[in-house]
Design a protein around this ligand. Structure first.
Ligand code: SF4
Length: 453
């Protein structure tokens, strides 16, 4: 079984050490584009022009949008991390100053800036955004507010580690208007935390969660399943302790401990089977705690809006700021250049977009289904639309999903639900519908083979 939704794969070349100083090494791409293989490619300048034209034509009534800001720096690199980030130590002031200088310029010259509507949410990810230092972080925040505006309802959020949180940091974040903090907990087990280069103990992490909540922040916890020496007892204890500390929004990723080329190996198959058992355990816990799936690998209670992660389900655009940030606008999906090409583009007044695709009507139908599947809420109307566009191909797929209990109609007849099994195989399900759009439907045997990998 392959859980195609996991974010983390062991770094192939960098699993043991810190990275060099400076911005060397920032040219390695760690993840594939989520839309790879579908859509019509646009070059960098054409994508920038598309954004500018969209901004002009929708100036009076723009689509709601969120902002994602990528900060690709960390104090050290956790063993499991495959995100676009590097450890920066030593001469860090110069590196961070340079980053903030070009980032602020990219914000203030962005084609989507200075509209008459503010964002619904601004989300800082990375990396560890606070690693650039509080003053620089505040400078970026002010630059965003100046160029894009803000409002009381805008949810300012950031991803960080508990070790970055101090009373001074919490006060500054509150003054800047931040409401939500996504904490990279991964596990509370101290042996695993030490091995994975986390800087605080599980108890210290829990204390920080409680402290942040007392200060009025919404806290969510990122967890990873499948470390070496992991067990169902560790998972259970992590879930119980985090829930007891007040966490009501969990984001959970599976760690693969094999390299991509070894995905067929028996070691991978065994690990995948083990992780699947953990996944079942997570679902049982979430059901008993009344937390519902809201997005890929994420569970929350019904009070949790979590605006950034759920923006695609509301059809919102996303303005991407920073190297390797991904954005969307209308039918355009794009990804920014990596460092140092990102700096160079901003410096020269050129497009910072590296690659982009534009969807057509047919593909948009698939994309819409995909967005609803990721949000675990598929409407009957969407199913009917896809069936109308791809009558035989999608009917076969729908039969396959129902027969294998991956997605089932709700009793009210108005919607469909991704099941627990479906949430594990959702990457495969999305591959099936994308294949449906670009090539003949998968035969039943081929689909079964794909799910067994
Ligand atoms: S702190 Fe987060 S982004 Fe940085 S290396 Fe660890 S997991 Fe990756």
């Amino acid at each position: 079984m392959t859980f195609k939704t996991s974010r983390f794969n062991l770094r192939e070349n960098q699993s043991t050490g810190l990275h060099s100083l400076g911005i060397e090494g920032f040219n390695d791409r760690m993840e594939s584009h989520p839309w790879f293989g579908v859509g019509h490619s646009l070059n960098s300048n054409a994508a920038k022009d598309y954004l500018a034209r969209l901004q002009e034509t929708t100036h009076a009534q723009p689509n709601p949008y969120c902002i994602y800001v990528h900060v690709p720096f960390c104090a050290s690199i956790c063993r499991f991390c495959a995100l676009y980030t590097r450890a920066v130590k030593g001469n860090a002031d110069a590196i961070f100053d340079e980053y903030v200088q070009w980032l602020c310029q990219s914000i203030e010259t962005h084609p989507c800036a200075y509209s008459n509507h503010g964002p619904t949410t601004v989300h800082f990810g990375g990396g560890t955004p606070l690693h650039i230092g509080l003053d620089r972080f505040a400078k970026v925040t002010h630059s965003l507010k100046k160029a894009f505006g803000s409002s009381d309802s805008c949810e300012w959020a950031l991803e960080t580690t508990t070790s970055s949180i101090t009373p001074k940091v919490a006060d500054t974040l509150a003054e800047l208007g931040f409401k939500r903090i996504h904490l990279g907990i991964q596990t509370l087990n101290d042996d695993l935390r030490t091995f994975n280069r986390r800087h605080e103990t599980g108890n210290e992490a829990i204390d920080k969660i409680r402290y942040l909540q007392q200060q009025g922040f919404l806290c969510s916890a990122d967890m990873i399943i499948g470390f070496d020496n992991y067990s169902d007892a560790i998972l259970n204890e992590d879930l119980q302790r985090l829930y007891a500390s007040g966490i009501r929004m969990f984001s959970i990723c599976e760690l693969r401990l094999v390299r991509h080329k070894d995905l067929q190996s028996s070691q991978h198959q065994e690990q995948s089977q083990r992780n699947y058992q953990y996944w079942k355990q997570i679902w049982e816990f979430m059901e008993s705690a009344d937390l519902i799936p809201i997005h890929l690998g994420q569970f929350a209670d019904s009070q949790e809006s979590n605006l950034y992660f759920t923006h695609p389900a509301r059809g919102e655009n996303c303005v991407a700021i920073g190297p390797y940030a991904h954005g969307s606008a209308g039918r355009l999906y794009y990804s920014n250049k990596l460092l140092p090409a990102y700096y160079e583009a901003i410096k020269m007044g050129e497009s910072p977009i590296e690659t982009a695709v534009l969807y057509d009507d047919q593909e948009e139908i698939i994309l819409n289904l995909e967005r609803e599947m990721l949000a675990h809420r598929v409407t009957h109307k969407t199913i009917e639309t896809v069936l109308f566009a791809y009558p035989e191909r999608f009917a076969d797929i729908l039969d396959f999903w129902q027969n294998h209990e991956l997605m089932l109609p709700a009793e009210n007849g108005l919607s469909w639900s991704i099941t627990r099994e479906g949430s594990w195989y959702i990457g495969n399900m999305i591959t099936q519908i994308r294949d449906m759009a670009v090539q003949p439907v998968l035969t039943h045997e081929r689909a079964v083979r794909m799910y067994k990998q």
